[in-house]
Design a protein around this ligand. Structure first.
Ligand code: SF4
Length: 364
């Protein structure tokens, strides 16, 4: 096997020779063949399953994706069924997975694939599809068509910076991925590129953990500088983003067995078309409640934001008129399953439906 990029690996590194690179690929793949997890997109694989899994797995854990993947395959078994499904149905099936533009892009991609006599096999064409960047194009084409394209994501950055003890301070994860892509390409085992890419990802997910990597049982320890010197956790060196703390109030307003929800405008960047409990500022000025009752406080983190959300019960008159306000809608409790709520709001609404004691008044 020849290195498949022009990157020069330093002579003193254990991976500097073609033979060592071959041995690295062989060790990694032998480990993968024996230890890979059984995942639904790996059993009887298909292009469609690979694409769906790669979209779902972006920024999302495998354990979260698993139940969605099976349900998705039942609803949309192939590109044709996904392409012809209404967008609301597709987004509804994605409810709770977050980053909903992935669902919309997946549907658009399915439509675009339909225009080809046969699906394209090169990463460049895949990168023209909606929602497909260098990572997904390399993953899909290497796994499905054996194209010699290395993936470079957070797992790969972690492994490479450790194997080569790369001291460079990256300003963010995306920059690290871009800079290390040629090195990832140099290590690609071109005889089995799809399996190699999956093996690296599997190593990053199960052995080369961010904290407490399992170096003593790692199949590539002999090639890894940081693993051998015991300072793997010092890599990668990436600037930490400052955590931004946000506090948001949400209103719980019920009338005649219907809950007031706010629909995020269709042209929003995030959560377009999804329903959430309204914030006071979502209501027209004259309808904003002066007094509320504190029900509960929820905390969650999105990227570098730490969000605290107080849920406040509010009483209002003239509900009917309020419901005419743009983007606000009373949804009967028995019909809540028919609309798409953002994941946390679905959980909160289900929890609060069962809760009837609302203590403590809070001034807004
Ligand atoms: S030896 Fe340790 S640091 Fe190196 S790749 Fe393996 S698990 Fe990661």
């Amino acid at each position: 096997m020849q290195p498949s990029s022009n990157v020069k690996i330093p002579e003193e590194h254990p991976l500097s020779s073609t033979k060592a690179l071959e041995s690295f690929g062989n060790e990694l793949l032998a480990w993968y063949d024996e230890h890979k997890r059984k995942l639904p997109w790996r059993t009887s694989p298909s292009l469609y399953k690979t694409v769906v899994s790669e979209f779902m797995l972006q920024q999302t854990r495998i354990s979260t994706v698993l139940p969605y993947f099976d349900r998705w395959l039942e609803k949309f078994p192939d590109f044709a069924s996904l392409a012809s499904a209404p967008e609301e149905k597709v987004v509804k099936a994605w409810e709770g997975l977050g980053y909903y533009s992935r669902a919309r892009n997946l549907r658009k991609l399915a439509k675009e694939i339909q225009a080809f006599d046969a699906p394209p096999e090169d990463p460049e064409t895949w990168q023209t599809f909606p929602g497909v960047g260098p990572y997904v194009s390399a993953a899909v084409t290497s796994i499905s068509f054996g194209s010699a394209s290395a993936v470079a994501d957070g797992n790969v950055v972690r492994i490479l910076t450790r194997i080569f003890s790369i001291d460079e301070q990256f300003k963010d994860g995306g920059t690290a991925q871009r800079k290390l892509r040629p090195l990832a390409q140099a290590l690609l085992f071109s005889n089995r590129p799809g399996d190699y890419n999956q093996a690296v990802m599997e190593l990053g997910a199960t052995v080369c953990n961010r904290r407490s990597p399992l170096c003593m049982t790692c199949p590539v320890l002999q090639f890894c500088r940081a693993g051998q010197s015991g300072d793997a956790e010092a890599f990668p060196k990436i600037d930490q983003k400052k955590v931004q703390r946000l506090r948001i109030d949400r209103l719980w307003m019920v009338q005649d067995g219907a809950l007031l929800l706010h629909k995020t405008p269709d042209d929003s960047k995030r959560l377009a078309g999804l329903y959430e409990l309204p914030r006071p500022e979502d209501l027209p000025d004259s309808f904003r409640p002066k007094k509320t009752v504190h029900i509960t406080t929820k905390r969650r983190a999105i990227a570098n934001q730490s969000i605290e959300e107080r849920i406040l019960r509010a009483e209002l008159k003239s509900y009917r008129k309020l419901s005419d306000a743009i983007d606000l809608e009373f949804i009967p409790f028995e019909k809540l399953n028919e609309v798409t709520l953002s994941g946390p709001h679905r959980k909160w609404v289900e929890e609060l439906q069962k809760k009837l004691d609302f203590p403590e008044e809070v001034e807004l």
